[in-house]
Every structure is written in structure tokens, then in C-alpha cells.
Design a protein around this ligand. Structure first.
Ligand SMILES: [Zn+2]
Ligand SMILES: [Zn+2]
Length: 890
């Protein structure tokens, strides 16, 4: 829908869409901006320009429009006090990792907290009406602006004021009245300073008018009245009208403090700490001038680098001031901002990685690291994390509990970054030679090698980070979290009665509703359909084998093999109960291993995905490193402890809102639940998950869980493969047999080694005696060696390679009229080894070649030493006879 069209329509009838009671009571006048034509409401009859074009833009810097001063946490206390006083419930923030929506990685606005997607529709579920929430929101689109513009953050607190007109809620008049009084009464801003601008909001099939409110050109909030659905002109009023007022808490603090940037009053003591480290003074006049210029220019240019150049020029900043003050200051703000975002994200269970939302987190940490090394700062990240958490914990006590986890993850990630620097440097050198890469090439560099443009800038491989880089990267990863649905001819079929959620009979009768190809739909079924990583049941329908079962919306489709029944028939159905029982044990085991992993490894463990079949199962968890054998054992032990405790597995249905409020968002281990009534599977207080699978009644039913293998399958995800129940016992038995076999093999190997050692020892004693006799000219049989005129041959089984090598070598070394030929078995081959002294008249090479040929192999060497052999053991006799005659001349 075209927003401009809607705005034109709404602004043509302001009394209906915008003229609230407050405007009449206070005497606001409606004006059209001389410059852009937009309509706005003001008490100042002389005002001719809208806030965006006004001359007072950002004049609050250094000169705030109120005598009250509130920093970030104080500002929230003011907001909360005001709304609670006015009958709102103050609700705790929701996680920044948006577990309840499958189209978003992160919470991007306060209203998202209360939206639940059902099919193609968005419904609202408010825990109270009206309410106010300090919702931390993450946005990565403007990352290059963070630290530079004075007002962009990668995470910020959206003050969410929400109301539905039914019940105790209210609509436009009261909303605008409250927002106005919040500014004037609570924050002490002069009435004439507040300007409301007419605007509209449209998205997700609905739309409505909105009033943005500004003070001195700074947009503080936007009250959206979501009222209509459909196409403009044919639109209808929504059943559930919603007020979605979102305001930036950071800006509320900023307007009262009038600091050069919003960062100066929103990060708490961390700024001071950072300023002291690099020795800059942020209060100077020059900064006020510079950041006011930035604010004025930013909305009029697309390229941030251009904005920066203009501000430098207009504020009269010298190169020296730029390098010694502005650049380090931007770095400090970036570090404080990014670190704050990471604290929230990791506390809520996200991990930096190469996939999905983890991309943005890794990117931010790398930007921090690159900034630290570019500015050559000596910073203690742990200390900075503590400073953030200590400042924020009053508003967000949950941050306090996870601070050590945050430190651990960031330390590990920073180490990885350090480790990859050698590789990155090589790449950077190549880029410097090739010339400036395109934005797409930069994205590839980041995605495949983890090289950030900041790093390339740091090492002078590129001169500037292109301003579209972050928005492009963010777009790429936003759309990743989507699914595809297959179409089947199932229109107008009734919902299948799911018996597996009721008495769960293993044998039942059912009526055939529809048959197409080899697919059958019944009126009711106990066959569990594939879902939540649980594999489907098998069995028979009307005697035909069921090989697959899938769920399409509320209809269960069975795939048969060998034939299908007729539509309208009543058929007998039988579920393979052994298969089902095994799958069920594996499913409950998945929950147990998930809980055990979390206990052993840390709070960041979430189920990434899971798969449960009858003879094996796997659970993929979010974890930063491979698991050690010790950790695997600890997880397995913890899991089997839960089995031994024979804990009760409870299944209850809750209203979704109640389930979330009672158990938190940890219930969404298996992803989003698109129904109003949530099936909660709890293993006493050890594990609580929203889950549609089949489960055992007591954990003792599982008997045994064995983890068979673990592997880091991708960055940030570790796979645990496991078996349970009868399969676990089979596995243990197989392990025992295998280990016994291995024991026997080991024993045989030891025995062989021992014999070899004995032979060696024997040879060491035997060889000198033999040598002495042979060199003395003795002939005949000696210890299995035939000797004739100092020429020797043996094929005795009692000699191994060691003997042949040592004997032959020493013999010819002592007397060059001697020669030696030995034939022996070594594994599957028969080998021949020949040594010939210079005066012996024997050619070693010729013999080795000839004998190897007989044995079906080849030989090589020279006249003095040669060897070879072959695998044809049947020719051994022939080879021995030939060798003997060749060396002894017989
Ligand atoms: Zn204007
Ligand atoms: Zn489950």
C-alpha cells in the first residue's frame, strides 16, 4: 500500500483522523510546512516550518528546553511513574531474541512483544490493557551511523505505550493527551515546544493515522492508531483496534540533558571510563557545534561519509581536531553501544556465529575489536561489561544474573578473532593489490572469511566503509528465517480428529475421507504425523503399510504402500506400537538432554533443532565450541540421573499468554507455536517446553540414555546423537562386544611385539657368532643357513626382517668376498633380500629381480644390495629353489 496515498486521504479530512480533543482544548493550530507541505499541529501561531525543516533543529544541544535533567535510567523511572499513575500496568521487557515469531530473529519494536502470527494473520495478545513497557529493540540496518551521528544505536529502549479501546483501554484522545502531559508535566518541557506531525502507518495488511511528536526537531515518539484493514477506499475497521505508541527512551534523556550526543547521557559511567582511557574531553564547545551540524545534515544526504565531511567543514574542525577528538570519540561511542547490545542479546540466549541473527552479533564484536586495535586502546572488556550491567540492572535486573556468561562468550569470540588475524592479513594484502572491492565483494568477504570492512579500513586495504554495507547485509539475513509450504488437494476437508492427543489407541477404526495417489485422509487417526522433529508412526491401514504421515494445517495425510482403501470405507488401522514406544522414549530424552546440556554448559544452550526416529535421535544445541569428552560424560550422567529419579512428565494446555508469563520464552525450544492454546510438556521443574510430540509418563520408562557421538556441525551449533531405551541397551552391548574384540586385538598386538623383541635380542646374540664362523671359511648348515664358500642362503622361518637386514649388511661389510640371500614371509607377501660383497662374484640386483618375478612382483636395487618380493605364495618353493641355485651356484 502506498503510504503517500493514505496520508493524502487522511490529511484531507483532519477532523476525522487527526484532530484530537487536546488540540481543541489547548488551541493547537494546524499548519502546512512552507518547505515540504506536510501538516503539523502547534501552539506557536508563527511557526511556518515542520520540525524536520525547522530552524530550531537540534538547538536543544547545550540548551535543553526544560530545567529537569534525567539520564537514561532516571528517564525511564519518570516515564514509568507517569504511566503507572495514569492506570497503566508496567510490564517487564520481552527478550531481544524474538522466539515467538518465525519471521524475525530479534525484537525490533515494542509492539512485536504482543504480536502472534496465526497463519497469514497477526493477532495481538496483551498481558494488560493499557500497558507500558521498556522494550529493548535491536536494529542493525544503520550500523555505520552508530557512534557517528550522535543519535543512532544498534539497540535502544522503545517506550511502548499500548492500549486497545475495549475494556479499560482508550483511543486517540486519551493517548495524545497522555503523551503531551508526559512531555510537559513530567519532563517539564514548555507547551509551545511540542509539535505534532500528521503521518500514517501501514504494514501487514492493516493501516491507520499516526501523530509523530517532536521537540526542537527531535522526534521523541510516534503514536500509531492501527484502525483499518484492506485496500484504501475499500477498507474496513479492524475488529481489534490497537494503539501502538513507540518512543525512544534515549531521546527522552537526551532532550533533558542537552549533551552533544545522545550517547553522552545514555551509557552511564562507561563513557567516563572510556574517555579517561583515551584522554578526551567531551564537553567542549567544538563537539556541540560538530554534532549539531551532523544532526542538521543527516536527513538531507544518503551518504554518511558525505555528511561527516560537511559537518567537519561547517563546524570548522581542523584535521588535528578530527584525528585527536572526533575519531576516537566515535570509536568510544561505538564500543559502548555495541557492547550494550551484546550484553542484552547474549543474556537472552543469542550467540555470535556465522548464521542467522548470530551474524550481526559477531559483526558487532569484530567492530569493537577492530576499533580497539585501530585506536590502540587498553581496555578491560570484563570491566566494561560490569559497568554496563551495574548501570542497567535497576531497570533490567535479569542482566545481573547472566553477566558471567556474557563475559565468557565475548572472551572466546575475541580470541577467535585474534586467531584469525594472520589469515585476514593475507586476504587484506591481496585486496590492497587488486583495488577497492564492491559492496557485494565485501559481503562475501565477511560471510566466507569473517573479514569486516572495519578491519580492512584498519589495515588500510580500503579507505571508507561503504554506507550501504550494513543495510545490505542485514537485508540478506533478515529473509533467511522463512519457510515453504507444499500444496495438496485438501480444500474443504474437515479437520482430522487427532486421537494421539486423546486416548491414543494403537488399534482403531476410521472412515476414509479422501484418497489421492497413494495418500489417504481419515476422519480420525492415532498415527502421529511428522512434526517438531518427531518422525511419523508406521503401521497398517486396511492392511496396507503406512510408510509416512504428514500434517497439513489441521489435516493428517497418510502415505500407503501396496494399495489404498476406497473413499467412504470404514477401515481398521493399527499403529506399530514398538516403533512408537521407541520414538516416544527418544523424544522425552531430547528434552532431558537439552535440560542437562543447559545445566552443564551454560544458559546460552537452546535447542537449535531436533530429530527423533525409532532407533536413533539427535539434538542440535546452540553452543560456541566443540564438546570435550568430559562435558559429554557430564551431560550423559545428568540425563541418566533424571531418568533414575523417575520424574513425572506432565502435559497441560495453557492459554499462550499465560504460558509465556508463567514459564517465560524458554518454552519455545522447538520454535514458534502458532496456536492460542499451548501444549506444555514439563518434566517437573527441570524442563518446561511447548511441544506437540509424544512423551513417556515417567522418566524412568526410558531406562537408559547413551550419547553416541557429538560434533560441531556449524558455527555456534553442536550436534548430540544419542539412543535411549532398548536401543541404548543394544548400544551398550555392542560397545561391550566391540571393546572385548579390541581388547583381544590389543593383546595379539602386544604378543607380536613381544616376539619381535625376542627375535631381535636373539639375532643380536646369534649374528656375531655366525659371522665369525662364515668369515673363517666354514661351510655347511648353520642355524638354518646354508653356507658354501662364504656364500649364504636361508629361507628359515625363524628369521624376520630385522635379522636379514642386520646379518646381510654386517656380513658383506666384514668380508667383501661374501654374499647373502634370504627369503622370508612378511604379512601377505614373500620377500627376498640380497647382499653381495664386491669380490663375491654375485649380482644382488639380478637375483632379486629374478626371484621377485617368480613371486609375481618386482624387485630393485644394485649389484651390492637389492630387494623385492611378490604375493604369489604358491610359488614360494620354486622361488627358494631358484634363489638357492643362483647364489650358491648349484
Ligand atoms: Zn517540512
Ligand atoms: Zn519436544
Amino acid at each position: 500500500m502506498d503510504k503517500k496515498e493514505i496520508l493524502k486521504e487522511f490529511s484531507s479530512d483532519p477532523d476525522r483522523y487527526y484532530n484530537v480533543k487536546l488540540f481543541q482544548e489547548q488551541g493547537f493550530v494546524r499548519k502546512s510546512c512552507d518547505k515540504c507541505g506536510r501538516f503539523f499541529w502547534t501552539l506557536d501561531a508563527d511557526r511556518t516550518l515542520c520540525p524536520d525543516d525547522g530552524l530550531d533543529t537540534y538547538s536543544f544541544i547545550g540548551e535543553p528546553p526544560t530545567s529537569k535533567r534525567f539520564d537514561y535510567t532516571q528517564a525511564w523511572r519518570q516515564v514509568e511513574e507517569f504511566f503507572v499513575k495514569n492506570n497503566h500496568k508496567s510490564v517487564s521487557r520481552y527478550p531481544v531474541v524474538c522466539r515467538w515469531r518465525d519471521d524475525l530473529f530479534f525484537t525490533i519494536a515494542s509492539v512485536v512483544d504482543f504480536q502472534r502470527v496465526m497463519g497469514s494473520k497477526v493477532v495481538f495478545e496483551f498481558p494488560a490493557n493499557p500497558l507500558v513497557v521498556p522494550q529493548t529493540c535491536l536494529r542493525f540496518k544503520d550500523l555505520e551511523n552508530v557512534g557517528v551521528t550522535g543519535r543512532h544505536f544498534s539497540s535502544f529502549c522503545m517506550i511502548g505505550q499500548h492500549s486497545i479501546p475495549e475494556g479499560k483501554g482508550y483511543w486517540k484522545d486519551e493517548c495524545v493527551d497522555l503523551d503531551y502531559r508526559l512531555l510537559t508535566d513530567q519532563f517539564g518541557i514548555k507547551k509551545e515546544e511540542v509539535v505534532f506531525v500528521e503521518d500514517v502507518w501501514a504494514g501487514g495488511g492493516s493501516f491507520g493515522p499516526s501523530l509523530e511528536y517532536f521537540v526542537r526537531g527531535l522526534e521523541l515518539g510516534n503514536a500509531v492508531f492501527t484502525e483499518f484493514q484492506g485496500e484504501l477506499g475499500q477498507h474496513t475497521t479492524l475488529d481489534q483496534r490497537v494503539i501502538d505508541m513507540g518512543a525512544g527512551l534515549e531521546r527522552f534523556a537526551w532532550i533533558t540533558m542537552g549533551t552533544p550526543t545522545a550517547y553522552d547521557c545514555c551509557f552511564g559511567p562507561i563513557n567516563r571510563k572510556l574517555f579517561d582511557t583515551i584522554g578526551i574531553n567531551s564537553d567542549s564547545e567544538i563537539l556541540k557545534k560538530y554534532f549539531t551540524e551532523i544532526a542538521k545534515e543527516i536527513d538531507h544526504h544518503d551518504d554518511l561519509n558525505e555528511v561527516r565531511r560537511l559537518a567537519v567543514k561547517n563546524a570548522g574542525i581542523t584535521d588535528d581536531q578530527l584525528n585527536k577528538m572526533i575519531t576516537p570519540l566515535e570509536g568510544v561511542y561505538l564500543i559502548a553501544d555495541h557492547l550494550r547490545t551484546l550484553v542484552f542479546a547474549i543474556t537472552d540466549g543469542a550467540l555470535p556465529s556465522n548464521v542467522g541473527g548470530g551474524y550481526n552479533l559477531r559483526m558487532m564484536l569484530r567492530r569493537i575489536n577492530a576499533t580497539i586495535s585501530r585506536l590502540n586502546l587498553k581496555l578491560d572488556i570484563d570491566d566494561l561489561i560490569d559497568t554496563h550491567v551495574d548501570y542497567l540492572k535497576e531497570t533490567y535486573p535479569e542482566l545481573d544474573e547472566k553477566r558471567e556468561d556474557v563475559k565468557e562468550i565475548l572472551k572466546l569470540e575475541s580470541q577467535r578473532y585474534e586467531d584469525s588475524k594472520v589469515h585476514m592479513k593475507k586476504k587484506a594484502d591481496r585486496i590492497r593489490e587488486k583495488g577497492t572491492p564492491s559492496v557485494d565483494e565485501l559481503i562475501t568477504l565477511y560471510e566466507s572469511d569473517g573479514i569486516t570492512p572495519e578491519y580492512l579500513k584498519e589495515v588500510n586495504a580500503i579507505s571508507e566503509v561503504p554506507s550501504s554495507f550494513y543495510s545490505k547485509l542485514s537485508d540478506l539475513h533478515q529473509s533467511e528465517k522463512k519457510k515453504a509450504i507444499t500444496e495438496l488437494p485438501l480444500e474443504h476437508l474437515p479437520e482430522t480428529d487427532t486421537l494421539f492427543y486423546k486416548d491414543d489407541p494403537m488399534e482403531f477404526d476410521a472412515k476414509v475421507i479422501k484418497v489421492f495417489d497413494d495418500y489417504v485422509v481419515l476422519d480420525r487417526t492415532s498415527f502421529y504425523a511428522r512434526g517438531g522433529g518427531q518422525e511419523p508412526d508406521h503401521g497398517t491401514i486396511a492392511g496396507f503399510n503406512v510408510i509416512n504421515v504428514d500434517k497439513h494445517a489441521h489435516i493428517i495425510v497418510h502415505q500407503l504402500e501396496g494399495g489404498v482403501p476406497k473413499e467412504g470405507e470404514t477401515v481398521q488401522c493399527k499403529v506399530d506400537s514398538i516403533r512408537r514406544s521407541n520414538i516416544t522414549k527418544n523424544h522425552t530424552s531430547t528434552h532431558i538432554i537439552n535440560a542437562s546440556s543447559r545445566r552443564v554448559l551454560g544458559s546460552w544452550i537452546w535447542q537449535h533443532s531436533a530429530f527423533k526416529d525409532d532407533d536413533h535421535a539427535r539434538l542440535d544445541i546452540t553452543h560456541h565450541s566443540s564438546l570435550s569428552n568430559e562435558q559429554v560424560k557430564q551431560i550423559e550422567d545428568a540425563a541418566n540421573k533424571m531418568v533414575k529419579q523417575n520424574l513425572t512428565v506432565n502435559i497441560d494446555y495453557f492459554d499462550r499468554g499465560t504460558a509465556e508469563q508463567t514459564y517465560g520464552f524458554r518454552i519455545y525450544q522447538g520454535g514458534v507455536v502458532p496456536v492460542k492454546s499451548v501444549r506444555i510438556v514439563s518434566i517437573e521443574d527441570k524442563d518446561v517446553e511447548a511441544c506437540g510430540g509424544t512423551h513417556v509418563k515417567q522418566t524412568g520408562d526410558i531406562e537408559l540414555i547413551k550419547i553416541t557421538k557429538t560434533k560441531r556441525i556449524q558455527d555456534g551449533v553442536v550436534r548430540l546423537e544419542f539412543v535411549s531405551g532398548p536401543t541404548a541397551f543394544q548400544y551398550v552391548k555392542k560397545q561391550e562386544i566391540e571393546s572385548k574384540l579390541k581388547e583381544q586385538e590389543d593383546a595379539a598386538r602386544v604378543e607380536l611385539e613381544k616376539r619381535r623383541e625376542e627375535n631381535k635380542q636373539k639375532a643380536r646374540e646369534q649374528i656375531p657368532i655366525l659371522l665369525e664362523k662364515i668369515i673363517a671359511g666354514k661351510s655347511g648348515e648353520m642355524d638354518g643357513i646354508t653356507v658354501k664358500n662364504k656364500l649364504c642362503f636361508t629361507a628359515s622361518e625363524s628369521y624376520d626382517e630385522y635379522f636379514h637386514l642386520n646379518f646381510g649388511k654386517k656380513l658383506v661389510a666384514k668380508d667383501d668376498s661374501t654374499a647373502f640371500c634370504g627369503i622370508f614371509e612378511a604379512g601377505p607377501t614373500v620377500r627376498v633380500m640380497v647382499y653381495a660383497g664386491q669380490q663375491s662374484g654375485v649380482n644382488a640386483g639380478t637375483i632379486a629381480k629374478e626371484i621377485s618375478g617368480i613371486l609375481g612382483g618386482s624387485g630393485g636395487g644394485d649389484t651390492k644390495f637389492a630387494q623385492g618380493g611378490g604375493k604369489d605364495t604358491s610359488k614360494m618353493e620354486q622361488a627358494i629353489a631358484k634363489a638357492k641355485s643362483m647364489i650358491l651356484g648349484e
